[in-house]
Write a protein that binds this ligand. Sequence first.
Ligand SMILES: [Zn+2]
Length: 445
Amino acid sequence: METNPTRMCELLVGLPEVNVLGVDDQRGQPIVVKVESTLDEQRWCGACGTRGSIKDRDEVVLVDLPCFGRPTRLVWRKQRWRCREPLCPATSWTVVDRRIAPPRAALTDRAARWATKQVGRLGRAVSDAAEELGCDWHTVNDAVVAYGEALLEADCDRVGAVDALGLDETLFFRKGERHRKQWATSIVDVGGAGHPPKLIDVIKGRTAVKVSDWIDEQPDVWRQAIQWGVLDMSGPYRKVFSDSLRHVTQVADPFHVHKHANSKVDECRRRVQNETLGHRGRKADPLYRSRRLLTKAHDRLDEAGDAKLMGLLEAGDPNGDVRMTWHAKETVRSLYGIDDPADAEAFIDELIDDMSDPEMPPEVRSLGGTLRRWRDHIVAWHRSKVSNGPTEGMNNLIKRIKRVGFGLRRFRNYRVRVLLYAGKPNWDLLAHVTPTTPTGAVSMS
Ligand SMILES: [Zn+2]
């Protein structure tokens, strides 16, 4: 039994008024604190107002905040009251004190808020917090999801006016033994004048319909304020903006333009490799050895890298197809060095023309075709200067969550976790929110 008054005080800091019935402190076991609530107003019958009498007592074991660096259990002895009025329909009721824990919770309220902050704000792994509390993964995860959802729900000002809206796909998990890919769409305020990017929401899937539905549900004022729509070069997101945000100017994300151009260089390298040597790239093949140098930005190559690349192409690219595709990729890159929008338009039109020349390698002509289809989107960047760079950064955050979030199998978990971490909620509100869903089953561990 703990009797030291200083240690007793530490155990009880932050708990509402309770009577301490005892403390059990055994080596190798969680510290057990036994309390009884002092709420007397709940003695009165809710149905008829008669003063109740004690029927019996119910003990609930809750995971509490670690104390003295050790896992702690709060045993809450709840009074069960019985109405003394014989004609009253009410039979019995149990004391409810949400300051200790919501009904059916497995964690105390203060432990649940602590866990939500550790996992949601600091990005700690659920298993890590669970270990510190001395309980299982689900107990912590349920609490984080319940309190986290309540926080996101309460934070009405989290999503403000958005000038540039970005859509980006993320792979969120592979399901079952067949490793089926599951996609999610991140909806992002890509930021701009003075404000940093922020994850607005994530929705299941990457089809136009799903994303359009989400946008259509938003307030009209909010939608009308959006000026730019940033997207990768994919049909579904283009359709979303065309269907649901018609007034918005669509901008092709420069990162994805570069990525597409690079994929054409790879494609050409593999084709020429196969045509000249009759097999897929091997370690000693010049083209295979050039693969990283080829996709790197030319201005990032030092003199030695440049000389090496030219030598490898000399050896492995007899018709100059790879070199031509590489040159096309570099020319696309240089488009982004042009400052004046009108100059950029003239430049891309000429580029598309050059690339469609029948003498060009098929990969260059294909790249030219893509530039033609996305021409307006690409040059819109020169007026907007917005990019999904922030969205990509956001996806890196999401990837971090996925790395620590072993077991993010359910989309609901995934959504709450990434929004808590990358959605920048107002954490001051956490102290005042009330979760509406039960936070887990009671378990003694
Ligand atoms: Zn009654």
